[in-house]
Design a protein around this ligand. Structure first.
Ligand code: NAD
Length: 176
């Protein structure tokens, strides 16, 4: 029986830290499920990219990193407005899994309370490989391109990600 582990994140956007974690987990399990959290969200400053865009970025980044996609299942997971039932919701949407990998304290707590084995993968350069930092740099015109895999950069260019983020950061407040 294949051992499957799940990693859930918003991946706004996927960065080099996420790819390192995925590779690390794949040393311990046969197959990795990547859950795209907050799948219903897009076009906000916190969650600028659609679930489909994030799935595209991740799968291309994993291929680029030499990961066999036959060992990876990427699934969208919309949020539910009740943390107590979220794990059951994840289980209802995902291929079966026995191990959960997360550095997010809430995610860890919810899965532990349901009896899952939860592991915390090591952080890779968390101060820079960090979605909020990357989004902030994109808006401010600072260098961010080195923080994401080349494949993610290509998708970002295709969808004009910097333009989108800059538009989202504007306000019409002063016009009234
Ligand atoms: P994230 O994209 O910030 O991180 C994804 C994973 O990668 C995390 O485990 C994180 O620890 C790890 N990571 C991030 N940067 C790293 C780095 N530099 N090196 C190594 N690892 C790194 O996503 P997140 O915030 O953890 O996503 C949790 C998702 O679960 C969200 O979408 C949230 O809405 C969802 N959720 C929903 C409910 C609900 O609907 N009630 C409840 C709990 C969680």
């Amino acid at each position: 029986m294949a051992k499957r582990g799940i990693l859930i994140g918003r991946f706004q956007p996927p960065h080099k830290g996420h790819v390192e974690v995925a590779k690390q987990i794949l040393r311990e399990v046969d197959e990795l499920i990547i859950g795209i959290g907050s799948a219903q969200e897009s076009h906000t400053l916190e969650n600028p990219f659609t679930a489909g865009e994030r799935m595209l970025m991740l799968s291309k980044a994993l291929v680029e990193a030499g990961v066999k996609l036959s060992r990876v299942h990427i699934i969208p997971i919309p949020d539910v407005n009740n943390h107590a039932v979220w794990v059951a919701h994840v289980v209802s949407l995902s291929p079966p899994f026995s191990a959960v990998y997360s550095g997010n304290p809430l995610v860890k707590r919810l899965f532990k309370e349901t009896g899952f084995e939860v592991k915390t993968p090591p952080m890779f350069k968390r101060k820079v490989y960090w979605g909020a930092e990357i989004r902030d740099r994109m808006i401010k015109g600072k260098r961010w391109e080195n923080l994401v895999p080349e494949a993610v950069l290509e998708v970002m260019r295709e969808i004009k990600a910097v333009e989108r983020l800059k538009d989202l950061s504007k306000t019409d407040y002063l016009l009234h």
